[in-house]
Write a protein that binds this ligand. Structure first.
Ligand SMILES: NC(=O)c1ccc[n+]([C@@H]2O[C@H](COP(=O)([O-])OP(=O)(O)OC[C@H]3O[C@@H](n4cnc5c(N)ncnc54)[C@H](OP(=O)(O)O)[C@@H]3O)[C@@H](O)[C@H]2O)c1
Length: 301
């Protein structure tokens, strides 16, 4: 038996309980890892709270968590890694656990910490996917909403490296760290449209909304076309003719391997904010829900 965090009903972080489970057996193409780090994503809280009960009903008990990094402990048929390899990837059955399955494990470069590796999976692949969907080109101006957050912080870096000019919105407390990435950063909240116009007098070519904070109507007006705006967090996207982008990275794992290499080479900073012991998963989720974080919370089983 091994330890995992699970919940058997929707509710506040208190429904998360430390429990004993049988480690899962890897199927074809999968591996089981001894989890060294599991990152907490806002999606975990959306599932736990019941906010997504209609779109994605839970089958209780649920072990939360999308992403993990760890050491391969058992290998399913056809998986191209070996016992003892250090890997990262997406977990089909939850990552808040001592042992987890990975569907398409990617080798973890030794220079990349387990914490950063686990933090990279959903965040990095989402940032990379949306920049490709927006068709951001060198020389274009991209507005990123929520650049102090995990996806936004990575998206800014990838877009800067691609040669785009970035205007970003962030909280007062995040202005400095986002500006240090090479973005012109303005404070979110009332008056943000005027601040963006002042920062980008020639307009913006594309908009990436990671905030879900009700910025789509003004963003469409700024970009001049709803097709130039994508959100990953605003459920009212369709009302504005805006694409809601969902889904993981490419199925081959190539993009995740590239992201891991960039991070290991120091060309991509993964915003790891805090680590927590596995047993403190409820506190980690509560901290994120209270918006105390500036980057990823990571559980260490
Ligand atoms: N569709 C997908 O594929 C996908 C994938 C990953 C994530 N997501 C979703 O995308 C969202 C962001 O994820 P994340 O991991 O980056 O979360 P995160 O780290 O919590 O970042 C959210 C950021 O938005 C900022 N924010 C709050 N109000 C804002 C406003 N009015 N204008 C601009 N920024 C504002 C927050 O600032 P403060 O810290 O000041 O509050 C925070 O920095 C979440 O809703 C998540 O569920 C979707």
């Amino acid at each position: 038996m091994s330890k995992a965090i699970a919940f058997a009903e929707y509710g506040s972080p208190d429904v998360l309980r430390l429990t004993e489970v049988t480690p899962p057996e890897p199927g074809p193409g999968q591996v089981r890892i001894r989890v060294r780090a599991a990152s907490v994503n806002p999606f975990d809280m959306k599932i736990r709270s019941g906010r997504m009960a209609t779109a994605a009903p839970a089958h209780f008990p649920v072990i939360p968590g999308l992403d993990a990094a760890g050491i391969v402990d058992a290998v399913g048929e056809g998986a191209h890694v070996a016992v003892g390899d250090e890997v990262l990837g997406s977990t089909p059955g939850g990552s808040y656990s001592e042992y987890a399955l990975l569907d398409r494990p990617v080798a973890k470069p030794s220079a990349l910490s387990f914490e950063a590796a686990a933090s990279l999976v959903t965040v990095g692949q989402t940032a990379q996917r949306v920049l490709a969907q927006l068709g951001v080109e060198p020389g274009q101006t991209l507005l990123v909403h929520g650049a102090g957050g995990s996806v936004g912080f990575v998206a800014v870096q990838l877009a800067v490296a691609h040669g785009a000019t970035i205007v970003a919105t962030a909280g007062e407390h995040d202005l400095e760290r986002v500006t240090a990435l090479g973005a012109t950063t303005v404070r979110y909240g009332d008056g943000w449209v005027d601040r963006v116009k002042a920062a980008a007098p020639n307009g913006v070519d594309r908009v990436f909304d990671t905030s879900g904070a009700g910025v789509l109507a003004e963003s469409v007006a700024l970009a001049g076309d709803s097709a130039k705006v994508i959100t990953i967090a605003d459920m009212s996207a369709a009302e504005h003719g805006v694409r809601f982008s969902a889904g993981g990275g490419d199925q081959s794992g190539v993009s995740l391997a590239e992201l891991a290499r960039l991070a290991a080479d120091g060309k991509l900073t993964i915003p790891v904010w805090r680590t927590y012991p596995l047993a403190e998963a409820a506190q980690a989720q509560a901290d994120l829900e209270a918006r105390r974080n500036h980057g990823k919370a990571v559980l260490i089983p």
